[in-house]
Design a protein around this ligand. Structure first.
Ligand code: PMP
Length: 323
């Protein structure tokens, strides 16, 4: 019999999907790690599980306790599922600019949701800082602290990275991913470099995020906005510290939209916005490296979470973007 013991046992071991049209276009193997197939619907299920189980092992999270987190949505959704499955409460602080679909899902899952204005990290009312204060003041609670908590990138070192290496039988030349906390990028980069230091590890960055300039010039210059959610940063998080970075590739919103519609129409994959940045950057990396290489990236979450935005022609037009 092949039976999974509940939600927790179902996280990870996602397929690695060959993206046919992008592979043909570049003469490379462009492969997407299908993280949208996790039981909570995103790459963040892995980090959520490792963070909760790490706190359990350390005796920090006790029965009936509350998991508090500041999140753009997907980590909160992963945490809320796991809290339900394990009998904890969940309190999520989320910037009010995130998609209604993610906020509604969190509420349906029974998480207490507090919306806060979207202000930069240096502002004390930033969602991450609010979540830290709320957790500190609440009895029998933990702060998941996904940006600094290294259980996040350990999840990707031990599972996502190891799975990619095994699934490609070590035939991976390039790895590229956008970063939010950096857990996915850092954990996978560290695992792949430990197996083969020649694997080229590249940060994908949306416009407005500061990591591209950081990699290119050593200076973090962030400005403006992107239509993507959950990625881009104006600081080096604890999870990104020490991660190997060979280069960075910047992808703009129009290219992101073009890529997600190509995924939809030619690959049959209905994907979120960060996937447009990731696959767009994988194609750019393939063009830099030349035909015959294998490039892996992440398919972070599905398009349903962004139906009212990325898949709404009027919303796209309001942002000056064409399908
Ligand atoms: N894509 C989406 C849709 C996300 O929600 C996130 C997490 N915020 C990421 C990518 C980036 O993942 P990580 O936090 O591991 O850098």
């Amino acid at each position: 019999m092949d039976i999974k013991n509940g939600f927790v046992a179902t996280v990870g071991n996602t397929p690695l999907i060959r993206l046919k049209s992008f592979s043909e276009e570049t003469g490379c193997e462009i492969l997407g790690k299908a993280e949208f197939l996790n039981p909570g619907g995103s790459v963040k299920d892995r980090a959520a599980l490792y963070i909760i189980e790490d706190a359990e092992k350390k005796g920090l999270l006790k029965p009936g306790g509350t998991v508090v987190e500041g999140t753009a949505g997907n980590t909160g959704i992963g945490l809320a599922h796991i809290c339900n499955a394990k009998g904890y409460k969940c309190l999520i602080i989320i910037p009010e600019t995130q998609s209604q679909e993610k906020i509604d899902t969190l509420r349906t899952l029974g998480a207490e949701v507090r919306l806060v204005p979207a202000v930069p990290y240096k502002n004390p009312n930033n969602y991450v800082k609010v979540s830290g204060r709320v957790a500190a003041e609440m009895e029998n609670s933990i702060w998941a602290n996904q940006f600094e908590n290294l259980a996040n990138r350990n999840a990707h070192y031990e599972t996502t990275g190891a799975e990619i290496w095994a699934q490609t039988e070590g035939k991976v030349d390039g790895w590229v991913a956008a970063t939010g906390t950096g857990g996915t990028y850092a954990g996978v980069s560290m695992y792949l470099k430990d197996q083969n230091p020649k694997v080229r590890c590249v940060v994908a960055d949306p416009m407005g995020s500061g990591l591209y300039s950081y990699v290119k010039t050593g200076e973090i210059k962030s400005s403006g906005n992107s239509i993507t959610e959950g990625i881009g940063n104006s600081r080096i998080t604890g999870n990104m510290e020490g991660a190997p970075i060979d280069d960075a590739i910047q992808i703009d919103d129009q290219e992101c939209v073009r890529v997600i519609y190509q995924l939809l129409n030619q690959e049959g994959l209905f994907m979120g916005g960060s996937v447009g940045i990731n696959v767009g950057a994988a194609v750019a990396l393939a063009k830099q490296m030349g035909p015959g290489h294998t490039i892996v990236t992440v398919l972070c979450d599905g398009g349903g979470r962004y139906q009212s935005r990325l898949y709404n022609p009027e919303w796209l037009a309001s942002k000056g973007l064409a399908i």
